[in-house]
Ligand binder design. Structure first.
Ligand SMILES: [Zn+2]
Length: 328
């Protein structure tokens, strides 16, 4: 298990221990509280012995995202009782519906821009983050966001929901994307789950074709002008690493019919049966060849191309693409 995760879990356990102790002092040694305290102590003991985080049935590591959600669990998914497995499935089903309800409209037309995205979680929930917002009464404020929380599964999806709520709160306070990302980073660093980090692109499109991008360590968005494709490099580190990180913004100007293509690494790092990556150059070739397409058609062409490349090989990560086109 990683050191950062271990430190994080130990802090969580010690914090719980303190809270339980003070509750016990207040309410007396009530049965359930005393038993919880025993479980926490036993987890701390296992941590000292080096057996913490290993399944008690098969001695293989318990899934890290499940430990983050509940540091007291002692069995891997394969060794849960049927009843526990059913409860877990119900939780995931609920988490999946909650996450789906956070997604923006799949197709937006505003101020001379057309935007669509495709969101494909690997499992029931995703660590990818996508949002589209319009702020301000004066128009010209189409904000679009795409991010990727490190890791997959439930813990990543919880952090994704956290970022979603943070950005929704901050967006009314900021007009500049770099300030928005800078403050989101500070808040993310202060959150209790900050043993993890995320990459994030925040963009704002104006009606005159200007796009402002602040990119916290995310895969470079691609600008498609006719048959030419240009990368726009990151402007800062991923969020959640250092609370005092500084972010800048980059401006790109899009002419009519030109496109900005954003994606998560689940696209370019998809691997065929032989282990070959789909890669950015395949993507660039496709975008150059199909530059005239509408956002929806371009997204569909891209998915078709990556699926043809995979030829049935299973995906290993969440995958999201977003296409923003300046209308003709
Ligand atoms: Zn097991």
């Amino acid at each position: 298990m990683g050191d950062a995760l271990n430190t994080f879990l130990r802090e969580q356990l010690e914090h719980r221990r303190d809270r339980l102790e003070s509750a016990l002092n207040q309410f007396g040694r009530a049965g359930q509280l005393a038993q919880l305290l025993q479980e926490v102590d036993s987890a701390l003991e296992r941590m000292d012995q080096g057996t913490y985080g290993l399944c008690e049935a098969c001695h293989e590591p318990v899934e890290a995202d499940r430990l983050m959600a509940d540091p007291l669990i002692r069995f891997c998914i394969s060794h849960l009782t049927t009843e526990q497995q059913r409860a877990l499935e119900q939780d995931l089903e609920l988490a999946s519906r909650t996450q789906a309800s956070l997604l923006p409209k799949p197709h937006v037309v505003q101020d001379g821009w057309e935007l669509c995205y495709h969101y494909a979680p690997l499992g029931p929930v995703s660590g990818d983050y996508v949002d589209v917002l319009t702020a301000g009464a004066d128009g010209g404020n189409l904000f679009f966001l795409l991010g990727d929380v490190v890791g997959k599964g439930v813990a990543a999806s919880m952090l994704m929901a956290h970022i979603h709520a943070t950005i929704r709160t901050l967006i009314s306070l900021h007009r500049r994307v770099d300030e928005l990302v800078e403050q989101a980073n500070r808040l993310f660093c202060e959150s209790t789950l900050a043993a993890y980090f995320a990459t994030l692109v925040c963009g704002r499109a104006s009606h005159n074709g200007e796009v402002e991008l602040s990119n916290a360590g995310h895969c470079p968005p691609l600008v498609v002008r006719g048959g030419q494709v240009e990368r726009t490099e990151p402007t800062g580190l991923p969020i959640g690493l250092f609370s005092n990180s500084q972010y800048s913004a980059r401006r790109v100007s899009l002419g009519k019919g030109e496109t900005l293509f954003l994606f998560t690494d689940g696209l370019t790092e998809a691997r065929s049966h032989s282990g070959e990556e789909y890669g950015e150059s395949r993507l660039t070739d496709l975008l150059a060849a199909r530059h005239g397409l509408s956002p929806q058609a371009l997204a569909a062409a891209c998915l078709e191309d990556v699926n043809a490349f995979l030829a049935g090989a299973p995906r290993a990560d969440d995958l999201t693409i977003m296409v923003l086109r300046r209308q003709d």
